[in-house]
Design a protein around this ligand. Sequence first.
Ligand code: ZN
Length: 468
Amino acid sequence: MKFSLTLLLSILPFFSMAEAQATYRVFLKFFPEEAQMWGYAVSNDRFVQGNTQVEFTETPDQKIEFWLHGELKIDSILSGGKKIEYESEKVLYWENYNLVGRKTSIDNSALADPNSLEIHYSGFFNPSQARSLSDYMRVDKKEGIFLRSAGYSLWCPFFSVPEIIKVDFDEITVDIPAELEVVVGGKPIMEKVDGERKISAWKIPELEIYDVQITARPFRKRSGQNVWVYYLEDDQKAQEITDFAQNLKKIYFRSFRPVQETDPLYIVQMPEYGNISSNNVIGISGDVFDEFETELYSKSTIAHELVHPYVHIPIDRNDPMAALVIEGFPGFFHFYGLNQTESKEEFDLKKIMLKRQSSYLKKKESGKDWRGNDLPQEKPILEISFDEIGLYKDYFILSDRVGLFLYHLWTKMGDEKFSEFLKELFALSSIDYGTLESLTEKYLPGYSATLNIWLKTNDFPESLRIIE
Ligand SMILES: [Zn+2]
C-alpha cells in the first residue's frame, strides 16, 4: 500500500476543546437477522428502530432542520413529552452513501420544550449501490452492522439548521443479537445479555458528529493495556497486533511523557475497504489485518492513534501553536516510536521523509494533491487555526512541513540530544513560541532564525532540504 495514502485520522476527544453544541442520547435496536445481503429488505417493516433525544446548548431561534439516512422514516417527534408537527421528505443528499437523505423540518414555535427534541425513527440500511466500494456501510444479515455517521450513514440526526457539529454523546445504546459484539467508540459504560439480545452502552464526550461509527460482528476480543483488538478468527494475528501496540506504548512512555492513564483504543477488523478510523476506533480491512507484519499502513495508523496522549502539551484552542501541538506533533512522532521497534528497517525515516519532501514540493508548486484535488491554501504552520486542523492534517503542511521540520531538528541535534530535547519538551505544562525557541536554542544554539522560517513562513530553502 502506498505510504502517501491519507490516513483518515482523528483528534482524540480530550483534545477537542470547542464546546459541544448539543447533548445526544441515542438508542438503537438492530434486527440484522432480517437484513438480506441483496440490497433489498425481506421484512417490509424495519431492521433498525431507534430514537435520539437531543438537548440543545442554545435554544434554536429559527426553523430547525435535520437529516437522517434516506431509508429511515420518522415515526414521531416529541418535545417536552408531547408529539409535535414536522415536515419530512426524501431528497437527493450527497452526504449520505446512497445519495438519498431524509430531510425533516420543524418550526421552532412547535417546540413544547424549547431546548429539547426526541426523534423516533425506523427503517433500513441497505448496502450502497450508488457511490464507491469504500461505502461498505450497511446492516447485513451475514456480515453484521457497519455504520458511520454524518457524511456516510446517518443513524442519528445531523442538524444543518442550527448547524450542530460538536455533540456530547451522553449515551449511545445499541441493542443487538447476543452473538454479536459491538464497538461504538469513546468508553463503554454498560453491557448486558438479556436472553437472545445484547445491550451495550457507550459514552463519547465532545465529538464531531462526523467522527463516530457503529460496528457489530461476531467478533472475538483480545486486550492489553487498554488496547482492544476485535477480530473474527485469527487469534495469533490479534495477539501480534496487541503485542505491537503494547510495545509501542512502552516506547512512547520512556521517550516522551510518562502517561499513566490512556483512553481505550479499539482496533477493529473490518470488511474490504474498511480502513477508516474515527475517534478512538481504528478500522483495519481484512486483507490489511492478515498482512499486518508487512503493512506499513496499519502499523503507522495504530502508532499514530496511540501516540497522541504522549506528545500532548496542554494548549488553548486560540493559541497559534494549537494546530502544531494537536496534530502536527502526533503526525511525526509516531515515526520516532516506530523507529525504535523491530520494524525499524521498514520505517527507514530518511526514505519516508525524502518521499514527503518531494510530495510537499509538488504540492507547493501545483496547489493540488496526488489525485489532482485542490489543496487548502498554503500558509505558515503557526497561521493554521484550530478549526482548520481537519483541513490540513492529513493533506498539507501539518502532515509534511511539520514532519520535515521535526526531522530537520533531529538530524541537526543527533539522536542523543534530540532524545533529551523531547523529554524536556513533553514535560512542559504549557507552550508558546518563546518557550519552544529557547528550548531549541538550548540544544541547538543559533537555530532561532531557522525556527522562524519553519514555523512563520512558507519558505523551504535548499539549505533546509534533505539531500539524497
Ligand atoms: Zn491524529
